[in-house]
Ligand binder design. Sequence first.
Ligand code: GAR
Length: 199
Amino acid sequence: MKKETHIAIFGSGNGTNAQRICEYFKENPSIKISTIITNKKDAYIVERAKNLGIPSHYFNRSQFYSSNNVLSYLKENEIDFIILAGFLWLVPQNLLESYPNKIINIHPALLPNYGGKGMYGMHVHEAVIANHEKESGITIHFVDENYDEGKTIFQAKCQIDASDDAESLAQKIHLLEYEHFPKVIEDVIINYKHNKNDK
Ligand code: GAR
């Protein structure tokens, strides 16, 4: 049995969370970030992967939704868990079936509020500020066939001050993400291994 747990990170954008996760697990002997996968060829996350020395893989819409391209790639690389870090497409059924409770997303708000199609990145923070919310936060959750609806694993909150705008809120949220996301991923994997050994 292989001892290492292999993770694939999916991302569509800047990739700061991806980088943070890679750095967090760099010295970990049992959890390895094996690959960074993207649907945006020119996303900065690809550059980050290169700088981190981690292989990356690009796929387009038809490869994702109408072929086994991505699933085959994951299997070839013996991927155990998928982490969505700023990844904006719905995950197709073939991946959901192959990775039950093993696909984890981070959302930059307190779900079930400010989730769903079109609610990503700055759009979320702009909506939260426009509604004069007093707090926001992050939600880390398992992924299902709908946007932002899978079972919540973890939430953390931050206060919104009168002086905050969408930009400053985004910065607060990113700090929460960097603090918690890698640790929550580690906990999920440890729990999974623990439960498996109990059976
Ligand atoms: C993160 O804030 C993440 O929560 C959000 O996109 C940002 C990606 O930043 N994800 C979503 O909005 C998903 N609905 P990053 O590429 O710098 O990690």
